[in-house]
Design a protein around this ligand. Structure first.
Ligand code: NAI
Ligand code: MG
Length: 352
């Protein structure tokens, strides 16, 4: 029987509540489709930071390398500054394991009331976010801190290699979809160097993929279009910062970020890829047992897809869809229901 070795990092807050439900779904789907998992758990978190001064051990990345994939919850908690927790755990994993694609689906499910006027099935697109460079850099500085002369500089880094590979991924990905269409998020009217370069590379890449339609919008109007006409998108590609914002806005438009999943993907498969919900550790609801587990469970489906188990992934998606379209009371409060993390996950496991 095929076995997958998965590194499991629940992290902080509701990560500890939704990850176990994701694992339960994985165990169940494995028993149906005939494969198993070896889960190796890591307690890397803000909790560990408070006890040891590190978010993960020094050889943490090396310990992840031999797994087939990484199943991640969320990181960050009050008491540890967010830039310490994020740069101490999530960002090093994404970068050192060369997970340069952050892939996030946006889909409106039957039964979900969206804050925009749209029917189920009408909103169905992917945000492809650059995940390794761009605006998120540690290059810059701060001078004369705390004085009236304080100066802060934060640099962005756009390499041709980094830009081309994310754009190519977006075009390849769109080429496999029914709607072969890539939209680029830009801001070449405001950012003087980075975005004109991005636009140039986008045009060059579009020329290589004549079967895929291409268009581009400045990030400000693109954000407005996500709200006004989300039906028109198929694949939206953006830099690290723009992609980050759009991939929360997308799920927001479809009702709740509690259901949104993501993959941090190393397309060459030299390193394991990592799957995690889009949401964070939600300190405001942590410990209450009411976190929506669907983002984590959908992330499990994305992981299976990546591991070559497309049928099992589709079965999870169908179970999620049926539960979401069913008894509203089963859903967690963020979706207007009275359910708990456990009862909603139970419903999905039963639907499988
Ligand atoms: P958040 O995503 O944790 O929470 C935003 C809002 O959405 C909160 O009101 C929360 O209750 C709600 N929410 C989030 N997930 C939910 C779920 N599954 N079910 C129901 N409601 C849900 O974002 P926030 O508050 O900005 O950040 C909290 C912490 O999480 C910070 O330390 C931040 O750095 C970290 N974070 C980590 C991420 C990651 O690990 N990838 C991503 C985003 C934030
Ligand atoms: Mg984000």
């Amino acid at each position: 029987m095929q076995q997958f070795t998965i590194a499991v990092i629940p992290g902080d807050g509701i990560g500890n509540e939704v990850v176990p439900e994701g694992l339960r779904v994985l165990e169940r789907i494995g028993s149906i489709f005939g494969f198993t998992f070896r889960f190796q758990h890591f307690d890397w978190s803000c909790e560990l930071y408070k006890n040891s001064g590190r978010m993960m051990p020094e050889d943490g990345i090396a310990r992840l390398r031999d797994h087939d994939a990484i199943f991640f919850g969320a990181v960050g908690f009050p008491g540890v500054p967010d830039h310490i927790s994020l740069w101490g755990l999530l960002i090093p994993i994404r970068r050192e394991l060369d997970q340069y694609v952050n892939l996030r689906p946006v889909r409106l499910f039957p039964g979900v009331v969206a804050p925009v006027r749209a029917e189920a099935g009408e909103i169905d697109f992917w945000v492809v976010r650059e995940n390794s460079e761009g605006e998120y850099s540690q290059i810059g500085g701060r001078l004369f801190a705390g004085t009236a002369d304080e100066v802060v500089v934060q640099e962005s880094v756009f390499t041709r290699r980094g830009t081309d590979r994310i754009l190519r991924y977006a075009f390849e990905f769109a080429g496999r979809l029914e709607r072969k269409h890539v939209t680029s998020a830009t801001k070449s009217n405001g950012l003087f160097y980075s975005m004109p370069f991005w636009d140039e590379r986008f045009a060059a890449m579009a020329a290589e993929y004549p079967d895929v339609q291409a268009d581009q919008y400045h990030i400000d109007i693109l954000a407005a279009r996500f709200v006004m006409s989300p039906q028109r998108f198929s694949v939206v590609v953006g830099s690290n910062l723009f992609g980050d914002i759009l991939s929360d806005l997308g799920p927001g438009v479809t009702g709740t970020i509690g259901i949104a999943p993501s993959g941090n993907i190393n397309p060459e498969r030299v390193y394991p890829s990592m799957f995690e919900p889009v949401h964070g550790s939600a300190p405001d609801i942590a410990g209450k047992g009411i976190a929506n587990p669907i983002g984590q469970i959908w992330s499990a489906a994305m992981m299976l897809e990546h591991l070559g188990q497309a049928e099992a992934a589709a079965a999870i998606m169908s179970a999620i869809e049926r539960v979401v379209a069913g008894d509203r009371n089963l859903l967690t409060p963020d979706m207007g229901g009275k359910g708990t993390t456990r009862s909603l996950a139970d419903a999905i496991v039963n639907a499988l």
